[in-house]
Design a protein around this ligand. Structure first.
Ligand SMILES: Nc1ncnc2c1ncn2[C@@H]1O[C@H](COP(=O)(O)OP(=O)(O)OP(=O)(O)O)[C@@H](O)[C@H]1O
Ligand SMILES: [Mg+2]
Length: 453
């Protein structure tokens, strides 16, 4: 994990998220604290608990975005879970431990990919040798017993074979053989015949019956003809697999989850029951009680082994329109000591969101139109108008935050996106007037806007 300072973390988040300074600061401190914890002596380290955070704020103001970008920065295993999914009718057993298991799976993949990248060169070299073996099979060694007919002739043949192989290698590397096909033995889909239904409970322990039986049966393979470049990729992949030590990968993946994992618990407000009698809050409170041990720290059985959840960072988020954080059971509240409120976004924020982030909408549209050879520009007035339209619609109807910008932009540019491949003009300038014209009907007619935006 790279040790960014809180200030640097905020600066990185600023590249994608406008405003919300309090939330950024809180997550930056939480992240830095995990690094600090790693530096502390062993006995104390175990005592330091993560700064779990609750982000409170209306929809579409950047809660998920902050958590996602944070995880990217930390290169930490990160998953997003909707807390409300555990309350769904028909959800048997509320398998809340699945979030830890999913996190581990993800972490294993992350580490594996990482390791595979490390052995990429070596794997590629070995793949090349295997390809050459296919194209020019190695010489049969003469049986020991048989007297060599002619030692010199044999050496001669061997030297010739070596020369051919090197020649072939050059042609291969120059891409001269790319059109040729070779046959490869490929593993076919693991279990095509029957889906084995595992008894209830097995799945929960993370034991996968298919994997157990799958290992017992001979691997099913299938011969396939593939082009040389494709074969090179497949073989390199296979070689990389052989070169990495899966046991070490798993150990390191689990270590990462335990010390750096981040779980984003979205819609936490949906499981905070208001204290109304006779309501569904039995089930909501039930979910909270199920989640509690995981947040508090427990050992979860996964198919890769036991994983402790004590130091996983939990970031919860919710709009808390109806319920309040204080409606959560006290034990759970205690486990989320940090609360930050995210602000509603203003028209000014929208102007910045449209233009400033690395992935800003206007940058996206500009890049897309460029692929058609068209340059699009937006005047300052146009951008302000778009922001104001979005803001107006948000206040008149449901406030969906920055998501509104997506819908406004889609409508605004619909005609252009449709007809641009047939256009003669290679420059498009979006002015304030253009925006007003395009959005006129929608902004004026509340009924239409209800359906369209
Ligand atoms: N402050 C912001 N700066 C830049 N972009 C933002 C901001 N807030 C929201 N967005 C944009 O809006 C989209 C939705 O935001 P996000 O997913 O973070 O909402 P949310 O707060 O998690 O809402 P919900 O409560 O509905 O889950 C994001 O993909 C992002 O592009
Ligand atoms: Mg969200």
């Amino acid at each position: 994990m790279e040790a960014l300072t809180p200030r640097q973390i905020v600066a990185e988040l600023d590249k994608y998220i406008i405003g919300q300074d309090k939330a950024k600061k809180a997550v930056a401190i939480a992240l830095r604290n995990r690094w600090r914890r790693q530096q502390v002596t062993d006995d104390l380290r175990e005592e330091i608990m993560p700064n779990n955070i609750i982000m409170i704020g209306p929809t579409g103001v950047g809660k998920t975005e902050i958590a996602r970008r944070l995880a990217n920065l930390a290169e930490a295993p990160f998953i997003k879970v909707e807390a409300s999914k555990f309350t769904e009718v028909g959800y048997v057993g509320r398998d809340v431990e699945s979030m830890v298991r999913d996190l581990v799976d993800l972490s294993v993949n992350m580490v594996k990919e990482d390791r595979m990248m490390g052995v990429e060169k070596e794997a590629e070299n070995q793949a090349e040798e295997r390809l050459l073996d296919m194209l020019l099979p190695p010489l049969q060694k003469k049986k020991k017993g048989k007297r060599a007919v002619n030692k010199e002739a044999e050496q001669e043949a061997e030297a010739r074979w070596k020369r051919s192989r090197e020649k072939l290698r050059t042609r291969l590397d120059d891409g001269k053989l790319d059109k040729r096909m070779v046959e490869l033995e490929l593993p076919s889909d693991r279990f095509p015949m029957v889906e084995i239904l595992s008894p209830i409970g097995m799945e929960e322990m993370g034991i996968n019956i298919q994997e157990i039986f799958g290992g017992m049966m001979p691997p099913r393979t299938k011969r396939r003809r593939v082009s040389i470049p494709e074969a090179r990729k497949i073989l390199a992949q296979e070689e990389a697999q052989k070169l990495i030590d899966m046991e070490k990968v798993i150990a390191s993946a689990i270590e990462r989850v335990e010390n750096a994992g981040i779980v984003f618990l979205d819609e936490i407000d949906k499981i905070a029951g208001e204290r109304v009698r006779g309501e569904v809050d039995v089930s909501r409170e039930g979910v909270q009680r199920d989640i509690l041990p995981i947040v508090e720290g427990s050992t979860v059985m996964t198919k890769h082994g036991m994983v402790r959840s004590d130091h996983i960072l939990f970031i919860a988020a919710g709009a808390f329109h109806v319920s309040k954080p204080s409606d959560l059971i006290p034990e759970l509240q205690g486990r989320f000591p940090i609360r930050v409120e995210l602000e509603s976004l203003t028209a000014e924020d929208f102007v910045r969101i449209l233009t400033e982030p690395k992935n800003a909408l206007l940058k996206q549209y500009t890049a897309m139109l460029k692929t058609e050879g068209v340059g699009i520009t937006f005047t300052k007035g146009a951008i302000r108008e778009i922001a104001q339209v979005a803001d107006k619609v948000n206040t008149r109807m449901e406030n969906i935050g920055a998501r509104r910008l997506h819908t406004v932009m889609t409508i605004l540019l619909e005609e252009i996106m449709f007809s641009v491949p047939d256009m003669e003009k290679k420059r498009v300038r979006i002015t304030r007037k253009y925006v007003q014209e395009a959005m006129k009907d929608i902004v004026e007619d509340e009924d239409i806007s209800k359906y369209i935006l």
